[in-house]
Ligand binder design. Structure first.
Ligand code: HEC
Length: 201
């Protein structure tokens, strides 16, 4: 029995030692382009889901009607585009350089198969050590629900919503949208902050 307990203790110490050496001797990946750590994705996903399961699952505060989706598109353009992209547009340099890569919310499934409460939580609270910011205090509860309903319905947005998403965007796809050319792009008279934002598209 004594030997058994000693064996377990030595095993634990060896494990802790290995993890310490892995980090302190510089074996752990640091660059965004480096390979993921063993089990990194799996553990992060399991941790997130176990936590989310414990939370209350509130119903959306706003319906997914056109007015709310257009309001959500305004929020999305301001806060999310640089990482999550636009329909029919290529990824930005920022998004290509990130690890983990931000999912393209207007390509493929995006988060259309997730429950709204889950997306709401992610936008409000952010996801630690991924680059996904938490917007609590920066966006109102209503704005977070509006942008949540937008990305939840990303596969079935109407032309007016798509137009709002692309308005002010000077990429070829946006210029090809009917009606876009009559509206001067926001970037023609940029404030300093806007100018640097639009460059990253
Ligand atoms: C600085 C970059 C950045 C910005 C800005 C950003 N996100 Fe993210 N977001 C990420 C990254 C990176 C992930 C992936 C996290 C992961 O792998 O777990 C993510 C994940 C998500 C997810 C979860 C996706 C999934 O498949 O579960 C949602 C939903 C989301 N973001 C919505 C938004 C919304 C809405 C905004 C704007 C209000 C926004 N994000 C702004 C980087 C960003």
């Amino acid at each position: 029995m004594k030997g058994f307990i000693l064996g377990i203790l030595i095993g634990i110490l060896l494990l802790v030692g290995c993890v310490y050496v892995y980090f302190s001797w510089g074996f752990a990946p640091v660059a965004t382009a480096a390979r993921p750590m063993p089990l990194e994705r799996k553990l992060a996903k399991a941790g997130l889901h176990a936590y989310l399961d414990k939370l209350p699952h509130p119903q959306p505060l706003v319906p997914a009607d056109e007015a709310n989706l257009i309001a959500g598109a305004k929020v999305y353009k301001e806060q999310c585009v640089v990482c999550h992209g636009l329909p029919d547009e290529p990824k930005s340099a920022v998004s290509r350089g990130m690890f983990p890569a931000p999912p393209e919310l207007f390509h493929g499934t995006g988060v259309t198969d997730d429950e709204p409460w889950e997306t709401y939580w992610k936008v409000e609270s952010g996801i630690r050590m991924t680059g996904m910011p938490g917007f609590k205090g920066q966006l109102s509860e209503k704005e977070i629900w509006q942008v949540t309903m937008l990305v939840k319905n990303a596969d079935k947005i109407t032309e007016p919503v798509k137009k709002e998403l692309l308005a002010g965007n000077t990429t070829p796809m946006a210029m090809a949208m009917p009606g876009m050319e009559s509206k001067p792009a926001k970037e023609t008279k940029p404030s300093k902050e806007k100018a640097s934002k639009s460059k990253s598209q």
